[in-house]
Ligand binder design. Structure first.
Ligand SMILES: [Fe+2]
Length: 133
């Protein structure tokens, strides 16, 4: 079982749920962990890393004063009510930080993290979960 958190998406409302430590669960696989929203089973989100589309989703991490900035992506992602980045997260060792975004915000987040050696996550309400590694 993976050590990384696992994310689930509601196919009705696009809400997400994070299972922080699936390796502690006695379920035989990630797929065996069932999470539901309004009585409907949520979809396990696959981590996407390669972004060949015109619109970019892979998070970009850069060192800034006092921490790191994570931007989605190398070409700024749309932030409209219909299509937007809902959250950006970073994992650094045993720490996980999450920043929620809303339509109209910039598709970026600041984290007071001392190093850039992090795994960055972002969730697009249409194109799902993207990671740096
Ligand atoms: Fe998108």
């Amino acid at each position: 079982m993976e050590k990384n958190p696992v994310f689930y998406k509601c196919l009705g409302c696009s809400g997400t749920v994070m299972v922080m430590d699936p390796n502690r669960c006695k379920a035989p696989s990630i797929e065996a962990i069932k999470v539901s929203c309004s009585g409907k089973e949520m979809q396990v989100l696959e981590e996407q890393k390669a972004d060949f589309a015109k619109e970019k989703h892979v998070p970009v991490v850069e060192k800034v004063e006092g921490g790191i900035k994570v931007t989605v992506g190398s070409t700024p992602h749309p932030m409209t009510p219909e299509h937007h980045i809902a959250w950006i997260g970073v994992q650094s060792g045993d720490d996980f930080m999450l920043h929620h975004l809303k339509p109209g915000d910039k598709p970026e987040a600041f984290f007071p993290c001392p190093n850039t050696d992090v795994k960055a996550y972002e969730f697009c309400n249409i194109h799902n979960l993207w990671v740096t590694r």
